[in-house]
Design a protein around this ligand. Structure first.
Ligand SMILES: [Zn+2]
Length: 252
């Protein structure tokens, strides 16, 4: 342990080796792929197999424990259960129970931790200064993350049938942020993929007509209808596919 300023409570304390994308997600992949997983790096370096799990000295023991219990335990368990549900529910009835606030806060907290981590897994990703407080206020205790942001969860598949569902579950795409528009609404988007799910945040929040569509978390809805999305059509994944680098997928 090393002394430093905790990124969450801002007090000088011993810091833990904190994960941004939960360690449990990496452990699951490493277990399935002999200790090595492909992590794509958004700064343009060629992807490679590694046993990296994206940790950095970020939080004091107390804040680390809080992140693990408030966010990571729920997010990881939800994704694990959702995978099992999705493989057993015939399409198109792919509605899954969810605690929308907890899942939204899990996604926001992972993005915030990735943005401050100096782990090479997340190099190239940061939040604009104006957005940092937005993320912090969304994950505060008792906060309502849906006031300022919208959240979506999709199930990725390979439209070219080259990669199986199992292989896509071993794919971690670290976060990227970009300006974009959805149905003519200008916004900032943050996306990442893990465990076969594409998780996205938009700020400001989307108009109701858009955020009430399938695959969006809604504050008052205890279910989410998970849509499938061809991962080849997700912006920014394309360059890796074109470079042929996804052939590095671990065999599972
Ligand atoms: Zn702290």
């Amino acid at each position: 342990m090393q002394e430093g300023k905790c990124a969450y409570c801002e007090t000088e304390r011993q810091l833990c080796n904190s994960h941004a994308i939960p360690h449990s997600v990496f452990k699951k992949i490493h277990r399935a792929a002999s200790g090595q997983a492909l992590t794509l790096d958004t700064s343009g370096n060629p992807p490679a197999l590694s046993n990296e799990s994206g940790a950095d000295l970020l939080l004091c023991e107390c804040c680390e424990a809080q992140m693990n219990t408030r966010f990571d335990a729920y997010g990881y368990n939800w994704m694990n259960c959702a995978r099992k549900h999705l493989s057993s529910i015939p399409s198109p009835r792919r509605s899954i129970p969810v605690d929308p606030t907890r899942m939204a806060q899990f996604i926001a907290s992972v993005l915030w931790r990735c943005s401050i981590s100096s782990s090479k897994t997340y190099r190239g990703f940061s939040l604009p200064p104006a957005e940092v407080n937005l993320f912090l206020s969304a994950i505060a205790k008792g906060a309502d993350p849906f006031i300022t942001m919208s959240f979506s969860i999709k199930d990725i598949f390979d439209g070219n049938d080259h990669y199986s569902q199992k292989q896509l579950e071993t794919f971690i795409f670290p976060p990227i942020g970009y300006d974009g528009s959805i149905e003519r609404t200008q916004l900032r988007l943050y996306t990442m993929s893990m465990m076969g799910f594409h998780l996205a945040v938009t700020s400001p929040r989307l108009p109701y007509a858009i955020r009430s569509k399938p695959s969006h978390l809604l504050r008052k809805s205890k279910h989410i209808f998970i849509r499938k999305t061809d991962f080849r059509k997700i912006p920014s994944y394309g360059k890796y596919i074109e470079a042929g680098s996804l052939s590095l997928f671990p065999h599972v």
